[in-house]
Design a protein around this ligand. Structure first.
Ligand SMILES: Nc1ncnc2c1ncn2[C@@H]1O[C@H](COP(=O)(O)OP(=O)(O)OP(=O)(O)O)[C@@H](O)[C@H]1O
Ligand SMILES: [Mg+2]
Length: 318
């Protein structure tokens, strides 16, 4: 299951995603973290350092890998939304998966994949959706089970809706500050993407007392509300260099995280629905742009016999 943290710029997405990653690491054998924000800060929030492969810069390499042995595409290129086929290479949520070994930063029971930031040549000419194409391809080739945990920090706002990432996440958690603008991001999302409301929840962040909590609930309702994380002096002390203060902050986050964890346990993915959405998005991408761009009919010949359930059965029993 995949959980994404969303919200307005500065609301605390990275802080909360990193906190939930650590919470799950303490309870789970392995956690796959994904920094899907082009302003990549998750690595430092997780206290990791060193070099990291930026997936957004390696789209051709990533799609060559995912393409594997498939024959249905002929010489046509893959795009981010190309549905998998029986010859594809897939990614398992495991430290030993060859893709994770090659592209993730691994430390103990954590692996981190990073989309990466803009490069000098992107300035003025590259949209961040371009960077996210690699990530879309990765998610559409990921064979994660219900008890696997994948946690993503995302870009600010509701732009995900415009990409196939909108259905790649099983659970969305909006991190909301007790302000009108911050809560509006969730209200906008509900309006734009009613089909995903069922899988979408809210955590209040930087909440200073009952009044703040009630304010957020008055804006977004109580049915989606999973809990509040206080405006924390412990976090500030940690960021000022007092290392132990992070444990006190983690305790302040824990109650809300218990409820996020519970949602993760309850959630089931409908693989057929996922594949149907992927086929629709792929067809839309091809008709709108890619068939013209590559001067070929990108839609013909795609392996319709593929099913995620079948390949999960085969790959996990080998
Ligand atoms: N519960 C909290 N209490 C106090 N400060 C917090 C809390 N959560 C986050 N912050 C602070 O708010 C600032 C923004 O947090 P963070 O970087 O996590 O937000 P973000 O939503 O990921 O931002 P961006 O949109 O830039 O990616 C940081 O300085 C962080 O320390
Ligand atoms: Mg962030």
């Amino acid at each position: 299951m995949r959980i994404a943290f969303l919200g307005k710029g500065g609301a605390g997405k990275t802080t909360t995603a990193a906190g939930f990653i650590q919470y799950m690491r303490a309870r789970h054998p392995f956690v796959l973290a994904v920094d899907a924000d082009v302003n990549a800060h998750l690595m430092s929030a997780l206290n990791l350092s060193g070099e990291v492969k930026q997936l957004g810069l390696h789209f051709d390499e990533v799609t060559d890998y995912l393409r594997g042995q498939r024959t249905d595409l002929g010489d046509r290129p893959m795009i981010g939304t190309t549905p998998p086929a029986n010859g594809s290479n897939f990614i398992k949520v495991s430290k030993n998966d060859p893709f994770i070994e090659k592209y993730a930063k691994i430390e103990d029971n954590l692996a981190l994949l990073t989309v990466g930031t803009y490069q000098q040549e992107d300035v003025g000419g590259s949209c961040y959706h371009e960077k996210l194409k690699s990530l879309a391809g990765i998610f559409h080739h990921m064979l994660d089970h219900e008890d696997d945990i994948v946690i993503a920090d995302t870009t600010a706002g509701t732009d995900n809706v415009a990409t196939s990432l909108s259905f790649a996440y099983d659970i969305n958690v909006f991190v909301l500050e007790p302000t009108e603008k911050s809560t509006q991001v969730f209200l906008d999302y509900k309006e734009i993407a009613p089909q995903f409301v069922e899988r979408t929840f809210v955590v209040g962040n930087k909440v200073d007392g009952v009044e703040d909590e009630e304010y957020i609930q008055s804006r977004v309702g109580t049915d989606k509300y999973l809990g509040s994380i206080p405006y924390s002096a412990n976090l500030k002390r940690f960021e000022q260099g007092e290392e132990d203060a992070i444990h006190s902050f983690q305790m302040e986050q824990a109650r809300a995280f218990d409820n996020v964890h519970q949602k993760w346990r309850e959630r089931k993915r409908d693989w057929q629905d996922y594949l149907d959405r992927l086929h629709k998005t792929f067809a839309w991408d091809c008709q709108r742009w890619y068939s013209d761009y590559y001067r070929c009919d990108m839609l013909t010949g795609i392996d319709k016999s593929f099913s995620y359930e079948d390949v999960m059965r085969v790959k996990t029993t080998v």
